[in-house]
Design a protein around this ligand. Structure first.
Ligand code: GN1
Ligand code: MG
Length: 365
């Protein structure tokens, strides 16, 4: 049975009468709707949070509240627009940050920021530069944030934890697909040691942790119509991790010449032009705050997160497609191949990526 969206939306403290509710966007995890209201009242984003992905939605919404309130103070102090340069969580009429329906699904509402654009692809270096500036600014706004945050998804970008899940998925072989995936499994296994070596530097504190976004693909940044970055959206995964992961995850999307799920692998590669542009925007905001170990591992973080994404798509395929929404039966395998092609392209161009990071960091320090 379809959820009664009208009734669910009216649990929240919305201004104005609800005029319409429609589906929005193509996130892989949550279900998203736009609630349009009559008259001058703002419109709203209503989301059903995916409860099999997020075990504790109230704790997640509490994270989002803390982080957005912090950013709002920073925006106001800088003379910015607190209604457009940060997301605003709208509570229920009872003052809760989310609403649980009778099926046990959790819903949350934020203010819809009008006259904005969310891109699915970076077509120009200028856009990649702005995107880098956006995440750099987001991290800089949170550099002095020191409240505790819940871990909304355990070990999200922790490859040691991902390997534990991976080993279980292989042993389970829930969908009976393992026998056809020897080559793909080899891609993961042959890089296990180098990925763990990187992560052990986070575990031993060589690479510090901060509050980070953790899902920085391009459509999670809102731009205004003049092409300026307004704010980061989709804050479900804000929690402690390394700043590097936000950089790497963004490169995975901004600098891919093809699509994340491209069937035509000849279209997929790392664009050094986009990489350089994103790096320039990012470091223009962050170079002064990052430590040498972070700068030294920035280029590697793109390989790390892309590798992790190959593992996650392949693991979901092995599991029988239980995590990511898919549009056709082989979708997770197609995603795996496309992300692996991107990873290989990064590996080939890695010396150049490192050079670009070094030169850009020098420019801003
Ligand atoms: C998911 O929710 P969305 O579509 O922005 C996923 C990311 C993946 C991404 C792959 C909570 O992001 O980690 O990198 O898909 N989010 C979660 O495109 O798992
Ligand atoms: Mg998203």
């Amino acid at each position: 049975m379809k959820p009664d969206l009208q009734r669910i939306a009216s649990q929240f403290a919305l201004e104005g009468a609800i005029a319409s509710i429609d589906s929005l966007g193509d996130g892989f995890i949550n279900d998203t709707f736009i609630v349009r209201t009559a008259g001058d009242a703002p419109d709203y984003i209503l989301q059903r949070k995916n409860r099999s992905v997020f075990p504790d939605v109230p704790a997640m919404m509490e994270n989002i509240r803390k982080v957005t309130e912090h950013i709002r103070r920073r925006v106001v102090a800088a003379g910015g627009d607190p209604l457009r340069e940060v997301m605003t969580v709208v509570p229920t009429r009872d003052g809760a940050l989310c609403y649980e329906d009778e099926k046990g699904d959790f819903w949350a509402v934020t203010v819809y920021i009008a006259d904005t654009i969310a891109y699915n692809k970076a077509d120009t270096a200028e856009l990649a530069r702005k995107g880098g500036e956006g995440i750099g600014k987001f991290q800089a706004q949170l550099a002095d944030f020191n409240e505790p945050l819940a871990e909304t998804i355990k070990g999200f970008h922790n490859i040691r934890h991902r390997f534990a899940q991976w080993d279980e998925a292989l042993a389970r072989d829930a969908a009976g697909r393992k026998k056809d995936l020897a080559e793909e499994i080899g891609w993961i296994e042959s890089r296990r040691a180098e990925m763990l070596a990187f992560w052990s530097k986070v575990e031993d504190g060589t690479i510090p942790t901060h509050v980070t976004h953790n899902d920085t693909k391009i459509n999670n940044i809102l731009f205004d119509k003049q092409g300026r970055v307004l704010c980061a959206i989709d804050l479900d995964t804000v929690m402690n991790s390394t700043s590097l992961n936000d950089f790497g995850d963004a490169i995975r999307s901004y600098a891919n010449t093809g699509d994340e799920d491209d069937r035509d692998l000849s279209r997929v590669s790392l664009s050094l032009e986009m990489f350089a542009a994103y790096t320039d925007g990012y470091l223009s905001q962050r170079a002064a705050q990052l430590c040498p170990a972070e700068i030294d591992h920035l280029a590697f973080s793109a390989r790390y997160i892309t590798y992790e994404q190959v593992l996650r798509f392949l693991m979901d395929y092995l599991d029988g497609d239980t995590y990511y929404k898919i549009k056709y039966p082989e979708h997770n395998l197609v995603r795996t191949h496309a992300q692996y092609k991107l990873l290989c392209s990064m590996e080939e161009q890695y010396p150049e990526m490192c050079r670009i990071v070094r030169e850009t960091a020098d420019k801003y320090r």
